[in-house]
Design a protein around this ligand. Structure first.
Ligand SMILES: Nc1nc2c(c(=O)[nH]1)N[C@H]1C(S)=C(S)[C@@H](COP(=O)(O)O)O[C@H]1N2
Ligand SMILES: [Mo]
Length: 394
């Protein structure tokens, strides 16, 4: 399947090709799905049981992989229902793509990053000067902020150069406090489905430092693919993907009067009337990811003659790990602690699982919560990641 996708990307065929090439549609391959879902671990209490099926989520299909695929633009989502402890680092060909490489990008001429603005002298950094000093930057998750795009989330082992080390190549003036990072973004013809063109973002030096920002040149030990920003992109650990500018070709040093870009404002979840207060980048709150959690699949098992369900999910985001994740299966139920949730890091996602013995058949709404008032969970509290399933047998 992975290979199919790889050659598929390489040939970059146009709209409708997924169907033509017989792209594996998992929902129609139930047997295959079961085979692809190894248990979380051998001694997890479900040993000796038989997994019968994966319940489909009502109204939200996390298994859909190709959201659209035009010759000029594409959007893919990693099939989250397949996550296992072994696949928590997303193979590059399955890493979500929010918008594919623009068709007018110029890979013929050597890539350079222009550094200008509040610098003593503008300069061009040739890409080789950066790839040659790139080093491992660790595993970091990336999630798209876009509303309605729930599930555009993946994690990779990145290679790159700390943002500060790149900036240090220029001699900047003392007023410089911010930096505007811009990436190539120009299509010969816009695809309306792709929405905003997210090509530039302004950060304060402090934001770059606090996040541990880096310019990535590689994922999982290989150079970036074109769709993920080849030859160089920004990664802002802990922030939404919208600030992780791809195809970076310009770095401009600015002072405190630096203006918010269109992309920053449109992704700030601001009502129109409030955006006037956020004209300046320094007034915009950072786009960091709160603790989030959601189920990725609900498994139905036969265990010692009884039907038992197991919810497998992910937890990610936040500023530190938490062990206070709780779950409930309907509005009138209390939250109960998630059975197994051992988060070792907040830099990437962690799988959890929870045994579920529903009392009756019917529809359930699965919600998660962090039982710690000190931990902000704005999206979780809004029910953003709620999942619904229908239980037909208990
Ligand atoms: N130049 C540029 N950078 C960009 C974007 C873009 O459209 N153009 N999209 C952003 C958004 S919204 C996200 S979520 C991430 C997605 O990165 P990925 O496609 O490699 O997963 O890239 C960000 N960087
Ligand atoms: Mo995004």
């Amino acid at each position: 399947m992975v290979n199919a996708r790889r050659s598929f990307l390489k040939t970059s065929v146009g709209f409708g090709a997924a169907a033509v090439l017989g792209w594996p549609r998992l929902p129609s391959l139930l047997g295959g799905v079961l085979a692809l879902h190894p248990t979380l671990s051998a001694d997890d209490g479900f040993a000796g049981g038989k997994r019968l099926e994966i319940l489909p989520f009502l109204g939200r299909d996390l298994r859909l992989e190709v959201l659209y695929n035009h010759s000029r633009d594409r959007r893919f989502r990693q099939d989250l229902s397949l996550l296992t402890p072994e696949t928590l680092i997303t193979p590059v060909e399955r890493f979500y793509v929010r918008s594919g490489v623009a068709d007018e990008i110029d890979y013929e001429h050597p890539w350079k990053i222009r550094v200008d603005g509040l610098v003593r002298e503008s300069l061009d950094i040739p890409i080789e000067a950066l790839t040659s000093i790139a080093r491992p930057m660790g595993v970091h998750l990336m999630e798209c902020n876009g509303s309605g795009l729930g599930g555009l989330i993946s994690a990779a082992r990145w290679t790159g150069i700390p943002a500060r080390q790149v900036l240090a190549k220029a001699k900047f003036l003392s007023q410089a406090t911010h930096v505007k990072i811009t990436g190539f973004m120009q299509w010969s013809k816009r695809n309306p489905e792709s929405g905003e063109l997210l090509a530039s973002w302004v950060f304060s030096f402090k934001q770059l430092d606090d996040a541990g920002a880096f310019f990535a040149t590689g994922m999982n030990g290989k150079p970036l693919t074109k769709d993920h920003g080849y030859p160089i992109r920004l990664v802002m650990p802990g922030w939404y993907g919208c600030s992780c500018i791809k195809w970076v070709n310009s770095i401009r040093l600015l002072d405190d009067s630096a203006r918010s870009t269109v992309q920053m404002l449109s992704y700030a979840d601001l009502r129109k009337d409030r955006s006037a207060r956020f004209k300046l980048a320094k007034d915009l709150p950072p786009k960091n990811i709160d603790v989030q959690a959601m189920p990725v699949r609900v498994e139905k098992w036969r265990l010692r003659g009884k039907i038992v369900y197991r919810v497998v999910g992910i937890i990610w985001g936040g500023r530190q790990t938490t062990d206070k994740l709780a779950i409930r299966f309907n509005r009138d139920e209390e939250y109960v602690p998630v059975e197994s949730c051992r988060q070792k890091t907040h830099q990437t996602w962690t799988l959890w699982s929870h045994t579920w013995r529903p009392a009756r058949t019917g529809r359930y709404r699965i919600r998660l919560k962090v039982l710690d008032l000190a931990v902000p969970t704005r999206r979780l509290d809004r029910g953003y990641y709620e999942c619904r399933v229908r239980v037909k047998e208990v």
